[in-house]
Design a protein around this ligand. Sequence first.
Ligand SMILES: [Zn+2]
Length: 299
Amino acid sequence: MKIAAFDIGGTNIKWGIVTDEGEIIEKGSFPSRVEEGADRLIENVQNKCRQLKEEYSVSGAAISTAGQVNSDEGEIVHATENIPGYTGMKVAERVENAVGIPVRVENDVNCTALGESWQGNAVAVSNFFCVTLGTGIGGALVMENNLVPGASWCAGEMGHMPLYPGGLTCTCGNRGCLEQYASAGALERQVEIQKDRFVPLPEFFEEVRKGEKESMRIFDTWIDHLTNGLQSIVHLLNPSVLIIGGGVSAQGSLLTDAITESLSEKVMPNHFSALRVRIAGKGNEANLLGAVRHYLDNQ
Ligand SMILES: [Zn+2]
């Protein structure tokens, strides 16, 4: 069986043809063009999906998307202005009606967790927390082999845990949220402020690897912010694995070693003895795979 998978983000929409064994046999992407609005965005997904249905005879569509998702109904219950007009969008219904195949929709961070649990670095792990570091910070929680959605589809919003009450203003309306200090976006801002010039993150991490003093100091402070948040997650949930996703996960052991070392000083011994910090092994394919896993589990 072949399924058309989509990963809808604020910049790009990735797509793939995925088998029910989890093999990606074809993939590509096109720009989201969010400035044209959410209706247009969904029309673009419908058109691509129709084309993939004809070309590959797919039996359904699996969608991973930004925003808080009622995954029973395939509806966006809340989205930020990253995709204007997206809140309330009945994604599953719209694509199903236009293309004539079953459609399932799940939040993108939850899809990362499902993808990692199916094919990546959380295979056979019953209790884990997945953190994605991007413009903001996302979180997804798997307890006793079940993805935990929460009462209104938004469990795991780790990025909005308060780190410095009264601190930097956050997109959620509060101040001092973790993601204002510990996201990849926050790191990029700090690097620019401290160095007084814009440095792309891959270049910054290269400086850290070479032991450049100022870069190491900025990196250590960022890791310290991040593990202040992870410390609470570990104490609250006692996971056996923390999966670190998002673009910065390309930094591999530079990241996992620093997080592990910092957590060793913050987490109680019994919690720490059970804990492993791992990178999301499927990288940017995890969301496509996770969307398909969700589709297969909810047929
Ligand atoms: Zn916030």
